[in-house]
Design a protein. Structure first.
Length: 372
C-alpha cells in the first residue's frame, strides 16, 4: 500500500525516468491519451474495442499520480502507479466487452477522479498464444505456493500476538509479510482488502480504521503492548484468507503478470528504499527482497514468450536482476536482513540505482507481451 511523501517522490522521479516527458506521447495507433492533473482526469475516449487497450497517461499536475481501470466492484483490471509530475507512463490492459471505470489518483490516495469506459465487440485472448497461456498457468502455480505459505505464517504470527508473545510476534512479522509482498499485485486486484491488510496509518481514507499488519507492527514496536491486539489480529487473518481464496480462483491475463513485475519495483522505490513501509520495525529489506523475488517470478513465467520476441531484452533483465540481488545480498544478517536504519545513505543510493536500472527494461515487457 503506497502513499507518496517528499522522500519517496525523489526515488520515483528516478524510477519513472523510462517514461516520456512528451504530453502527446502514445496518442497514435489507437492509444488513448489521458491528461492527469491534481483535479482532473481527461481521458480522450470513453470507449474501445475489446482486446488489448493502451492508455498513455501524462501527469500535468504537481502530485505523483496513479491511473486505474476498474471493473464492477472496484476489481482492478490494470493500473500504473508512481507517475511523477511532468512524466508519462503507458498502461496496457486486456479488456473484454463490458462496462468499466477509469480513475486518476492525484497523490496516490482516495477513490480517484473517475470516468465511465465501455468496451464492445470481441477479440482473441492473449492466452490463445500457447507460450502466454503457459506463462499464466506457471504463475498461477507460483501464486498458489505463496498464498499457502502466507496463510501458514500469518496464522503463526496471529497466534503469537494473541498469546501476548511479543518476541515471537516480532520475529514472525517480516517473515509472514514476505509471502504477501511477493504477490501483492495480485492481492491489489480485490478492492478494499489490500488497504485493510497493508494500509499505513497516514494513508487512511476518512472513516477508515487502521488495521492489518502495520497496526500490529505499531503495537509491537511502539508500545510493546499487544494485550488488546487480538481482534485486529483475527481480522488480519480473516482478510488474508479472503485474499488467498480470491487469488487462487482469479484467472490472470499475461498483461497482469507484466504490469505486476513493474509494480513490484515501484513498491520498492515508493516505500522500501525510503523506509516508509515498515516504519516502526525497520524490516523493510525483507519486503524489498520479496518484491524483487515476486517481480522475477512473473518475468520467469513470461520468459518463453519474451525470448521468442526479444531475446536481448531477456538477457538484459537477467543481468539487472542479478545486480539487484547481489547488491541486496551484501545486507544479509543471519537468515534475514539488516534493519533499514542500519544502512547508510550510500547503501540506499546504491540499491536505488540498481532498482532504477532494472525498472527501465522491465517497463518494456508489457508492450512486448501485448504485441502481435
Amino acid at each position: 500500500m503506497r502513499r507518496i511523501t517528499a522522500a519517496s517522490a525523489a526515488s520515483l522521479l528516478m524510477l519513472a525516468g523510462c517514461g516520456s516527458t512528451d504530453d502527446e506521447a502514445g496518442t497514435s495507433d489507437g492509444t488513448i491519451a489521458v491528461a492527469a492533473s491534481d483535479t482532473t482526469c481527461d481521458v480522450a475516449k470513453s470507449e474501445s474495442g475489446a482486446g488489448t487497450v493502451t492508455f498513455a497517461i501524462a501527469n500535468k499536475g504537481s502530485k505523483v499520480t496513479e491511473f486505474y481501470v476498474y471493473a464492477a466492484g472496484d476489481r482492478v483490471m490494470g493500473e500504473v502507479e508512481n507517475i511523477a509530475p511532468g512524466l508519462s507512463r503507458e498502461l496496457h490492459v486486456e479488456l473484454a466487452a463490458g462496462t468499466y471505470e477509469t480513475a486518476c489518483k492525484p497523490g496516490m490516495i482516495g477513490k480517484g477522479i473517475r470516468n465511465g469506459f465501455t468496451v464492445t465487440g470481441s477479440a482473441a485472448a492473449l492466452t490463445e498464444d500457447a507460450k502466454l497461456a503457459g506463462a499464466t498457468a506457471d504463475y498461477q502455480r507460483y501464486v498458489k505456493s505463496q498464498t499457502g505459505a502466507l496463510i501458514e505464517k500469518t496464522t503463526e504470527f496471529v497466534a503469537a500476538v494473541k498469546a501476548g508473545d511479543v518476541a515471537k510476534a516480532k520475529a514472525l512479522f517480516p517473515v509472514s509479510r514476505t509471502y504477501w509482498e511477493r504477490i501483492e499485485p495480485v492481492a491489489e486486484i480485490f478492492g478494499d482488502l489490500d488497504p485493510a491488510i497493508d494500509g499505513r496509518e497516514d494513508g487512511l481514507e476518512p472513516g477508515q480504521d487502521f488495521t492489518g499488519y502495520h497496526r500490529i507492527e505499531k503495537d509491537l514496536w511502539e508500545t510493546g503492548d499487544i494485550s488488546e491486539s487480538g481482534p485486529i489480529a483475527d481480522k488480519l487473518l480473516a482478510d488474508v484468507q479472503k485474499i488467498v481464496d480470491k487469488a487462487n480462483s482469479e484467472p490472470l491475463s499475461p498483461l497482469q503478470l507484466a504490469n505486476g513485475a513493474k509494480e513490484l519495483l515501484d513498491e520498492v522505490a515508493s516505500g522500501k528504499i525510503t523506509g516508509e513501509e515498515d516504519r516502526y520495525s525497520h524490516t523493510d529489506l525483507w519486503d524489498f527482497a520479496a518484491n524483487v523475488e515476486g517481480s522475477r517470478a512473473a518475468i520467469a513465467a513470461l520468459r518463453p514468450a519474451l525470448e521468442e520476441k526479444d531475446p536481448a531484452l531477456v538477457k538484459t533483465l537477467d543481468e539487472k536482476f542479478a545486480a539487484v540481488e547481489a547488491g541486496l545480498a551484501t545486507h544479509r544478517s543471519g537468515d534475514g536482513w539488516k534493519l533499514h536504519n542500519e544502512l547508510s545513505e550510500a547503501d540506499l543510493k546504491t540499491l536505488s540505482d540498481q532498482i532504477n536500472a532494472l525498472a527501465e527494461p522491465i517497463s518494456k515487457v508489457a508492450g512486448l507481451v501485448a504485441s502481435k
